[in-house]
Design a protein around this ligand. Structure first.
Ligand SMILES: Nc1nc2c(ncn2[C@@H]2O[C@H](COP(=O)(O)OP(=O)(O)O)[C@@H](O)[C@H]2O)c(=O)[nH]1
Ligand SMILES: [Mg+2]
Length: 441
């Protein structure tokens, strides 16, 4: 979802001179137009713009901040409220095993989201299993199976069984018995009659007793998201919501604000068809993005966004000398997420348009692609302790990833280098701390 109009109006406002109050009025008109176009409820739009106007004209900026800069933060705060508030949802399972049931209409993106979620949690270090209980669409089993294979996640299904409740139960039991941390159950989204669908969700939930029921909603349905959430909530209490396809629709604002108006929490948003295009929904970050705050050079914002993908624990692990393949994986994914490496390198002044660099960048991209495939072929144990990978496994992994054994060895060497670096940092940190201790009066 891009609110290009707001972004433009805001930057015009920020750099503008002349009558402040007139500029505020103009900006607010633009904001209203843009929000209504994004399908945000009209009453909400007027409420929020009224708040912004009042604060803009009444409140005084702190010292050192211009009125126009101050106004920007007011807009940011009020929009954040509209999209659900300041806090970040907790997405860490409070216990293991954790069983997630995905429900939602056909086409909303459940199956894709099931795989995205599995992938997300795999990178967080969980052992994840997928279950497909969609017996309505014949190809549903194959679809998830293929996605699972791509990301190295097992998929449980019974393609010839028509009893969704039974499959869901068998799958969940199977994974739990095998000691999995997270089980994600994908369901059908269509039946001849809607009541049948809701009843099936109810029956599955009653049988498997999920820890969290997640409603998947397509952003394109706009304000109807509210009614839909209510209906599903009556069938099975909804624990959280994932809004998909926020990349594609101009109406995403409707779905987001409608959901924010229910008590359900939006935990993730889907921003593309690719497996890593799932983000923890954090209203302030989301608003910062649609407003383009911090996006001054394009690059700054991108880098910032990527930084927050790493948890505090990741950073701590790194500087305390603990390193595993998962961390490397995340780094590679982050680099790739910034877009074509070439473009990023071009944005760095002075490095820009030199041809040799472009060639380097293309090579680097190819390498990243290979390395991700290699890491995907590793077992859970190998991800945590790459040291155990021997010659025989190198061969197997190369085969699984469709690369040469040399490629695997190169990645392992890179890993060793990173590990050394991480240890050096730790030593220096210890040293620093000791020095500081010594200097303390
Ligand atoms: N652009 C975009 N497409 C998505 C997203 N999530 C899912 N899709 C697409 O939506 C279509 C339906 O998805 P699917 O997972 O099969 O929906 P299901 O019927 O609910 O299981 C597929 O073509 C997906 O690639 C998203 O976040 N962005
Ligand atoms: Mg599906």
């Amino acid at each position: 979802m891009v609110l290009e109009g707001i972004r433009k109006a805001l930057s015009k406002f920020l750099s503008g001179k002349g009558d402040y109050e007139k500029a505020v009025r103009e900006f607010i008109k633009e904001l209203q137009k843009e929000l209504i176009r994004s399908d945000v409820n009209v009453r909400l739009v007027f409420e929020i713009t009224k708040n912004i106007k009042e604060r803009a004209l009444k409140e005084e900026p702190p010292p050192g901040v211009t009125r126009r800069e101050w106004f920007t933060t007011i807009v940011y705060e009020e929009l954040t409220k509209l999209f659900g508030g300041e806090q970040k949802p907790s997405v860490k399972p409070p216990k293991k095993p954790w069983v997630i049931l995905l429900v939602g209409l056909q086409g909303s993106g459940k199956t894709t989201t099931a795989a995205k979620l599995a992938y997300y949690y795999k990178l967080e270090g969980y052992k994840v299993g997928l279950v497909t209980a969609d017996t309505y669409r014949p190809a549903a089993y194959d679809q998830l199976k293929q996605l699972g294979e791509k990301i190295g996640i097992p998929v449980y299904g019974e393609p010839h069984n028509k009893n969704a409740v039974e499959i869901a139960w068998n799958g969940v039991r199977n994974y739990i018995e095998r000691g999995f941390d997270i089980v994600i159950v994908d369901t059908a989204g269509r039946h001849h009659r809607e009541e049948d669908l809701l009843k099936e969700m109810k029956d599955i939930a009653a049988k498997i007793n999920p820890d969290e029921v997640v409603l998947v909603i397509d952003a394109a349905i706009g304000q109807q998201a509210y009614e839909l959430a209510k209906k599903f909530h009556e069938a099975t209490p909804i624990g959280s919501i994932i809004i998909t396809k926020l990349d594609g629709t101009a109406k995403g604002g409707g779905a987001l604000s409608a959901i924010a108006a229910t008590s359900a929490r939006i935990k993730f948003i889907g921003t593309g068809e690719k497996i890593d295009e799932l983000e923890v929904f954090h209203p302030p970050r989301f608003v910062a993005r649609i407003l383009g705050i911090g996006d001054l050079e394009g690059l700054v914002e991108k880098v910032r966004r990527i930084k927050v993908e790493f948890t505090e624990k990741d950073v701590h692990d790194f500087i305390s000398g603990k390193l595993n393949m998962r961390l490397i994986y995340k780094q590679l994914v982050s680099v790739r997420k910034m877009g074509p490496l070439r473009k990023i390198l071009q944005m760095i002044p002075g490095l820009g348009l030199k041809l040799p660099l472009e060639i380097e960048a293309e090579k680097a991209e190819e390498k990243i692609h290979k390395w991700l495939a290699i890491i995907n072929s590793m077992t859970y144990e190998e991800l945590d302790k790459p040291e155990i990978i021997d010659r025989r496994r190198i061969k197997r992994i190369a085969l699984g990833a469709g690369v040469r054994p040399e490629d695997v060895r190169e990645l392992l060497k890179q890993y060793e280098l990173m590990k050394k670096l991480s240890k050096q940092i730790r030593k220096r940190k210890d040293l620093l701390e000791r020095l500081q201790l010594g200097f303390r009066p």
